[in-house]
Ligand binder design. Structure first.
Ligand SMILES: [Mn+2]
Length: 321
């Protein structure tokens, strides 16, 4: 067992009141690991409050969590904060920022380049997901991955591994998934619930985006772009873009897929790569972050400039690989 896990176990055993939070615009790992941590701490008889600045996105309302997810700071101050899936403290959002500086912070994450901003830091880059780390913690604390705890860990596992297809799927990940199934989770209905969240507007918006997809660098780069104009025309929004970048990565010959999304704060970019091509370094160059095969960030420029900039940066990284 790794020393940080020991320290986290000791800290949890000796502390009573926790605030558990994950990054803004949460994905399946951020939500799954946060909800799972809530169940785990409750199973240990601890007081736990959940916090996420963005709340629960529409595509996850089917989870219908029993435990409330606060979007404002709670009135009662916790003894400790557990920060999940945040590659940097900024990812936790602005509301919580003062507490991150002032309080005891357990930083549990799996991103490359995490700056170890916590009082205790457990950063496991090899873990498929932070949900997997919560599962490891549960095992260490003798809490079985049963019921909601199992479901939430499973959500985190399948979300960050692309249903166990990405390189970050390790034997330990599948052993944990097997354990959750052994405890009673049925994967068929679970996946069906998770997938059945689209709308016809979303489908048509995605059709338009795919129709406009382009290849660059002799077919090694694919690029899609979501404009605010298109969101307005189709009655959709940023969260309807989820996952489409993977679709354009799987075009034959493509090594890197770029997705650009126009937001009020600038252009959000998402990068996906195949094999050993590292898009985390490209994202980091523009102040973003992530993993070797999946990374992102924000560009403060217009869409046309963002397209040229990202294609050039990725082309240079391809030349280095
Ligand atoms: Mn994650």
């Amino acid at each position: 067992m790794t020393p940080p896990l020991n320290q986290i176990v000791e800290h949890i055993r000796s502390t009573d009141n926790f605030l558990v939070l994950s990054h803004v615009a949460p994905d399946g790992d951020a939500l799954g690991s946060m909800l799972a941590m809530g169940e785990l701490l409750a199973a240990l008889g601890k007081n736990v409050t959940l916090f996420n600045e963005s709340g629960i996105p529409n595509r996850f309302t089917w989870l219908a969590p029993k435990r409330e997810i606060l979007t404002e700071l709670p009135a009662v101050e916790p003894d400790s904060l557990i920060v999940l899936d945040c590659g940097s403290p900024e990812r936790a959002g602005q509301v919580i920022a003062p507490w991150l500086k002032a309080k005891t912070v357990l930083n549990m994450d799996h991103h490359l380049g995490n700056p170890m901003f916590g009082t205790l830091n457990w950063v496991e880059q090899r873990a498929s997901s932070v949900g997997e780390m919560v599962g490891m913690l549960a095992k260490k604390l003798d809490v079985p991955l049963v019921g909601l705890l199992g479901e939430y860990v499973y959500l985190a596992l399948i979300s960050d591994t692309g249903d166990f297809c990405f390189n970050n799927t390790r034997p330990e990940t599948l052993v944990m998934a097997a354990e959750i199934l052994r405890q009673g989770l049925l994967p068929g209905p679970f996946h069906e619930q998770k997938q059945s969240t689209g709308t016809i507007n979303q489908l048509q918006m995605r059709g338009t985006v795919l129709k406009r997809a382009r290849l660059h660098a002799n077919g090694q780069i694919s690029l899609i772009a979501f404009t605010r104009e298109l969101f307005e025309q189709t009655g959709t929004g940023p969260e309807d873009t989820e996952g489409l970048v993977n679709t354009v990565l799987y075009v034959r010959g493509v090594q890197v897929a770029i997705s650009l999304r126009e937001e009020e704060t600038g252009i959000k970019f998402s990068l996906r790569s195949k094999g050993s091509i590292n898009v985390q370094v490209v994202a980091a160059h523009f102040g973003g972050g992530g993993h070797r095969n999946a990374a992102g960030g924000t560009l403060n420029m217009h869409m046309d400039e963002a397209k040229t900039t990202m294609v050039q940066a990725v082309t240079e990284e391809l030349a280095r690989s």
